[in-house]
Design a protein around this ligand. Structure first.
Ligand code: ADP
Length: 217
């Protein structure tokens, strides 16, 4: 399965992608995580990426596409992959079309009120990127990751003030990309979240059912 997952910040994208990875054995390729790793390196690429990410700007397409190409080449799973955070521009979508044919777009939606409540209570593992919520999806030990024992932190941009802006940016960026895949007649699996504290497995099971119907899982 070659999938792309789209969803506004706080829609559960990272959580569901991680569970789909466990259930389907696919690789999850999360662009934001890749850039956070690259920025830790004291390399020319790390420095360049940092200039954009720290300002909340998109990294230039040529850089993103090159980084993605290399990451895809390293992907070892024969079951396929889920792309998260890519493509974010039409140019990236067009470049991806030349690299690989996408089977399915997984599209998540959630109302703004749910997004804001979820993100302002979200904690992420520094080591493996697993996502928790101090109200609805608590780690077993406060401040520590269930999966790897890593330290949990809050992203500096997960504040109510910045979240509304991020939702608008997401919608602006994604509209034309979703249109691109509709025009190409790529299959869509959609999940609409309407309950704040919905168990992640409810969404994951629904997505899996739809993927099975499409014979992709
Ligand atoms: P967010 O949800 O805040 O955008 P991500 O973790 O997806 O967080 O990405 C973090 C940052 O990495 C982005 O703000 C951007 O600077 C950069 N980035 C991630 N994916 C892309 C992409 N496809 N194209 C350009 N820049 C990207």
């Amino acid at each position: 399965m070659k999938a792309i997952i789209f969803g506004p910040p706080g829609s559960g994208k990272g959580t569901y992608a991680s569970r789909l990875r466990a259930k389907l054995g696919v690789d999850v390729i999360a662009m934001g995580d890749i850039f956070r790793e690259i920025m830790k390196e004291d390399s020319p690429l790390g420095k360049k990426v940092k200039q954009y990410v720290e300002k909340g700007l998109l990294v230039p397409d040529d850089v993103v596409i090159e980084v993605l190409k290399q990451r895809l080449a390293k992907s070892s799973s024969k079951k396929g992959f889920i792309l998260d955070g890519f493509p974010r521009t039409l140019e990236q979508a067009n470049a991806l079309d030349k690299i690989v044919a996408i089977d399915v777009v997984i599209k998540l939606t959630a109302p703004d009120s749910i997004i804001i409540e979820r993100l302002s209570t979200r904690w992420i593992c520094k080591s493996c990127g697993e996502v928790y919520n101090v109200r609805y999806l608590k780690p077993k030990v406060e401040g520590l990751c269930d999966r790897c024992g890593g330290q949990l932190y809050q992203r500096p941009d997960d504040t109510a003030k910045v979240i509304k802006e991020r939702i608008q940016v997401y919608e602006r960026q994604t509209q034309q990309i979703l249109q691109h895949y509709k025009e190409k007649k790529v299959q869509f699996v959609e999940f609409k979240c309407e309950i704040l504290d919905m168990a992640p497995d409810v969404a994951v099971e629904s997505i899996l059912r739809d993927l099975k119907t499409l014979k992709l899982a």
